[in-house]
Design a protein around this ligand. Structure first.
Ligand code: LER
Ligand code: MN
Length: 288
């Protein structure tokens, strides 16, 4: 049996891995049961992730003012962590907002929410992520129209993020979560139509496992565009707990000179501590 983590034991040396490691913490009660490893607050997540040797946390927060800045900065400093990225999905989960909604007022509110989340992340030099906030097409809105709305949003929000010297991450999602862009290649082609070059793609191995023919080839084709990785297994558990072959994916990331994070956006299965430990062990095995 692996040893339990004692929050007060001093953190081990950072592990010198090829890629930086990050782990998710959700502060959104409505999302409980979703694919996030830690659920019991920032203090708990910082103590435990630092003790395991993670470099960073990725925060899924209910809104831009949900986190006390002094508290988080203190925790990051105390534990030698940084923020890898911040999610914006609470705009959808809590407020039902979508960047591709039929009504202009609604879209403006969605863009405003994302801007505030970019401001939130900016305090920690962390990019924001557009995942479920991209919405879907349907009803009165054609696919082309929805993509035009998405383009308009990213062309506004990408430059907005640049004030913090960070990109904005756009995440293709699998077919059960969006009908817009579902593969890295579709994401790359879409980025080429933008007037901003400050959008980078978030390649989530869980979504890719559903949509891509060849995950490593998709990563290679995303060279220059892939800026963040949600690193999990086929079943959205920690890497190593499903049937995904991660070695060729790691090799592809090396080949494209990827220098971002591998972030565990995984279910807390069988529990947070085990998922976190399984993740860091897989990272070490695959990349040390
Ligand atoms: C967010 O990163 C993501 O991957 C989505 O599946 C959440 O719904
Ligand atoms: Mn994801």
């Amino acid at each position: 049996m692996p040893h339990p983590i004692h929050p007060h034991q001093s953190p081990p040396q950072r592990i010198n891995m090829t890629f930086k490691s990050a782990i998710t913490v959700s502060l959104v009660e409505e999302a409980r049961g979703g694919p996030f490893v830690y659920w019991d607050g920032l203090k708990d997540a910082c103590e435990k992730s630092a003790a395991l040797g993670f470099d960073a946390i990725e925060i899924f927060a209910p809104g831009p003012n949900a986190v006390d800045e002094a508290e988080l900065k203190g925790l990051l400093q105390e534990h030698g962590l940084v923020v890898a990225a911040v999610g914006t999905g609470a705009g959808m989960v809590k407020h039902g907002l979508s960047l591709t909604h039929a009504e202009a007022d609604h879209r403006a509110k969605a863009r405003d929410f994302v801007k505030q989340m970019i401001d939130f992340g900016g305090k920690y030099n962390a990019p924001a992520i557009i995942g479920s906030m991209q919405g879907k097409w349907g009803g009165d809105i054609s696919r082309d129209q929805a993509l035009a709305f998405l383009r308009e949003a990213l062309d506004e929000l990408g430059p907005y993020a640049a004030q913090y010297n960070v990109p904005l991450f756009y995440e293709p999602l699998n077919r059960y979560e969006t009908n817009l862009l579902r593969t890295v290649d579709e994401g790359v082609e879409f980025c080429k139509t933008l007037s901003t070059d400050n959008i980078k793609l978030l390649a989530d191995l869980f979504h890719m496992n559903i949509e891509e023919a060849d995950l490593a080839a998709a990563i290679r084709a995303g060279k220059g565009y892939v800026g963040h990785i949600h690193f999990v297994d086929s079943n959205r558990q920690a890497a190593g707990m499903g049937h995904m072959n991660h070695e060729p994916i790691i090799q592809a990331l090396k080949d494209i000179g990827y220098d971002g994070y591998l972030c565990a956006e995984a279910f807390a299965l069988p529990d947070s501590d085990t998922a976190a430990r399984n993740t860091i062990e897989a990272f070490k095995r695959l990349t040390a």
